[in-house]
Design a protein around this ligand. Structure first.
Ligand SMILES: Cc1ncc(COP(=O)(O)O)c(C=O)c1O
Length: 383
């Protein structure tokens, strides 16, 4: 992997050395079960509670509002399904957007089979949800709305506080899949105005398989999806992943310090990459909002070059496509389709996800390699 450049930080981030160091004792000597009352257990429990406090500090909330889960897929399922079940006597209508992650979309689809109704709001050409559309979609039966903080494909940042104001005005609970925003954008839950929010460690330089559902204390509590021991106040029973939780806590503290230092060079590197490609290649198109976008996100369509062919040609660069391949065809990403990007262009989308550890030298290498491969593939294409 030594000379492969990693630019797929929306998929996952590497574990920060500080995070690994914090986790190591809990993978070795401090292996106790945090529910045990003996010394091994209390050592683990103390570490869990310290981590809970670290997460709460990043989110500007109290530690009691943090519920540890196995990651954002579980947090999203717990929020949407758990609130739907908990509030069933109040109504059966959920509002979300067509550009959400499948952890939300597929949960809503599954709930429809159980008698719930979902409105999937359109997004604009930049992938953004309109608070006016949200307000217009509310009915007396609406119990929950769920909109992501920032899109994982095109990086567009939704106007979360404005949507929250609409939700509060109508007494509807608001969940946000905040996976891509937390740790990079303002992360104070009270200021954002959300009732529930999903977070996962592996997008903020922590380990995989650990996340959080923030649940505002005076909000309705989601019904648990699991039966078992009473961990996490019964909302998410199961033996706690102590090492993972410690890693999540350390990653939150690191993110908070990183944001406070104001030293982020990520958006500058991202813009440099965009300028270099723009200057040397014709017919490339930016997907996502030109300004309201995650600092490390650059999602580009290279007209005439299928994204899978480009990815296969890039030997030194790890990036993602915006499309999925099945045996028969290449499918355009549902996010790009929702934004109205024509299919023939959408299947050429590539997502560059720059992160904390990328360098200016890497940007130069990536720009050169992309340029070379795009030119070669375009030259091969039939007129
Ligand atoms: C917006 C968004 N939501 C949810 C998830 C799922 O998170 P996890 O991998 O922790 O289950 C991801 C990860 O790809 C994501 O980007």
């Amino acid at each position: 992997m030594n000379n492969i450049i990693y630019m797929d930080n929306h998929a996952t981030t590497p574990i920060a050395p500080e995070v690994l160091e914090a986790m190591m004792p809990y993978l070795t000597t401090h292996f106790g079960n945090a529910s045990s009352t003996h010394a091994f257990g209390t050592t683990a429990k103390d570490a869990v509670e310290k981590a809970r406090q670290q997460v709460a500090e990043l989110l500007g909330c109290s530690a009691e509002e943090i519920c540890f889960t196995s990651g954002a897929t579980e947090s999203d399922n717990l929020a949407v399904r758990g609130i739907a079940y908990a509030c069933r006597d109040k109504g059966n209508h959920i509002i979300t957007s067509a550009a959400e992650h499948h952890a939300i979309l597929d949960t809503c689809h599954a709930l429809e089979a159980e008698g719930f109704e979902t409105t999937y709001l359109p997004v604009d050409k930049h992938g953004m949800v309109s608070p006016d559309d949200v307000e217009a979609a509310i009915t007396p039966k609406t119990i929950l709305m769920s909109f992501m903080y920032a899109n994982n494909e095109v990086g567009t940042i939704n106007p979360i506080s404005d949507i929250a104001a609409v939700a509060a005005k109508h007494g509807v609970l608001f969940h946000s899949d905040a996976v891509q925003g937390i740790g990079q954008l303002p992360s104070n839950m009270e200021k954002l105005g959300v009732d529930l929010a999903s977070l996962t460690a592996h997008k903020i330089y922590g380990p995989k398989g650990i996340g959080t559902l923030y649940i505002r204390q005076d909000s309705s509590q989601p019904l648990s999806l699991f039966y078992g021991g009473g961990q996490e106040s019964g909302v998410r029973p199961g033996t706690l992943n102590v090492a993972g939780i410690v890693g999540l806590g350390a990653a939150c503290e690191l993110s908070q310090n990183y944001m406070a230092s104001g030293k982020s060079r990520v958006s500058t590197l991202r813009d440099t990459l965009h300028e270099k490609l723009n200057a040397r290649l014709e017919d490339i198109h930016l997907n996502g909002h030109p300004e309201q976008r995650l600092p490390g996100n650059l999602n580009l369509c290279f007209a005439g070059v299928q994204s899978h062919a480009l990815l296969m040609g890039l030997k030194r660069v790890s990036v993602s496509t915006g499309s999925a391949c099945d045996s028969e065809s290449v499918k355009a990403s549902h996010v790009l389709v929702a934004m109205g990007v024509p299919t023939e262009l959408a299947v050429t989308a590539v997502r560059f996800g720059l992160g904390r550890y990328n360098t200016a030298e890497e940007v130069d290498i990536v720009a050169d390699e992309v340029l070379k491969v795009v030119k070669r593939l375009r030259a091969l294409a039939p007129e």
